[in-house]
Design a protein around this ligand. Structure first.
Ligand SMILES: C[S@@+](CC[C@H](N)C(=O)[O-])C[C@H]1O[C@@H](n2cnc3c(N)ncnc32)[C@H](O)[C@@H]1O
Length: 220
């Protein structure tokens, strides 16, 4: 799969793109491409934003700048990009990212993430996108952290990226857990400051451990 992120701050991804599961995805042939809107602006002085019609606070990322960046990256009219890719505007006004949506996005087609800044992207971006996605009911300063959260949740779902597939299937919010929270994990030491690991987990009785874990999922 190809993942494209459009941003004014590509350097924000420097650390993220070196992470082990991203490297694993790249080794499997998946691609991560960053495009800086500013590199393709048709405006003078590298302008990318403008004041809002009707007045009010802040600046708005211009639609002509977003179109120019999409066209430079994909070589087709900006409105046609969504014919072959899922084009997502990251916005607090969008559908909230959850495990089913991450699974949907991981199933393809190629994914394009548009990061906003300032007051956001000119509303006419709706002509260019297939989806509007929010990572939660709060406002971030820009779409970069939202893009990383989305890439992370989606990349984990790509077959082979996480070395033990069982750990993805039974994670919190997964269908196997009916959307619930995963059971608790413990490791050595068995006792620390008087805090003990539940006896059942040290018992070696696999059927009882499974029962205990299922019970914990139900309780949670
Ligand atoms: C300061 S926000 C704009 C907020 C906008 N004026 C509003 O009230 O809905 C700037 C950019 O950050 C990103 N952003 C902020 N919060 C987000 C969230 N919860 N989910 C996804 N993206 C978010 C979006 O890309 C947005 O265009």
């Amino acid at each position: 799969m190809r993942f494209d992120v459009f941003t004014l701050f590509p350097e924000a991804f420097d650390w993220y793109l070196t992470q082990v599961h991203i490297r694993a995805a790249q080794a499997l042939g998946h691609e991560f491409v960053l495009t800086n809107y500013r590199d393709h602006t048709p405006l003078s002085h590298l302008q990318v934003d403008d004041t809002p019609y009707g007045g009010g606070a802040g600046m708005v990322l211009r639609i002509d700048v977003v179109c120019a960046a999409l066209e430079a990256a994909f070589g087709v009219d900006a409105e046609r990009v969504k014919d072959t890719r899922r084009v997502v505007e990251l916005t607090p006004k969008g559908r909230q990212l959850d495990d089913p949506l991450a699974g949907e996005l991981a199933a393809g087609p190629d994914l394009v993430l548009l990061c906003g800044r300032y007051e956001g992207i000119d509303e006419r971006v709706t002509h260019l996108v297939t989806d509007r996605v929010s990572i939660g009911p709060y406002v971030l300063s820009g779409g970069e952290i939202a893009a990383m959260a989305t890439l992370d949740a989606v990349t984990r779902k790509l077959p082979g990226v996480i070395s033990n597939p069982a750990s993805v299937v039974s994670e919190s919010h997964a269908a196997e857990l009916e959307g619930g929270a995963e059971y608790p994990h413990y490791t050595r030491p068995a006792e620390f400051r008087g805090w003990e690991v539940p006896e059942v987990l040290r018992s070696g009785h696999h059927a009882e451990i499974e029962r205990w874990r299922a019970e914990q999922v139900r309780k949670r």
